[in-house]
Design a protein around this ligand. Sequence first.
Ligand code: MG
Length: 157
Amino acid sequence: MRIGSGFDVHAFGPGDFVMLGGIRVAHSRGVLAHSDGDVVLHALCDALLGAAGLGDIGQHFSDTDPRWRGADSSVFVTQVLALLRDRRLAVANVDVTVLAQAPKIATHRDAMRRRIAQLLEVAAERVNIKATTTEGLGFLGRAEGIAAQAVVLLTEP
Ligand code: MG
């Protein structure tokens, strides 16, 4: 078995929605990002790559590469999954924490779980989504942005 962790942050900017776990979540702000700025999928990719010993998302999908401008981050997950498959690594489970004062994700949690499970081609029971505020503290507490962390366990043959 191999464990990996990932963490990502994006600052809020102009807009009226954020992408979280491949789900469009209405919000009073958007995020500043080269891709679609989905912190959940970016943290997830880093956790998957970390567990596989394959570096980080920036090495695979550079934020200066025009191919990834405005990219749907689900593409990153799909490509990372292919790298794992090449190495005969399988996803045992995924645990994600979203850190934000807003938006609230409670009503989107199940959709995010299903979407991530679909992207990883595993049962939804293998994916868990948690959320927390930072009790008003720091840049997240001031609602300057949104963060996510992910932990994954991979199994080897
Ligand atoms: Mg990111």
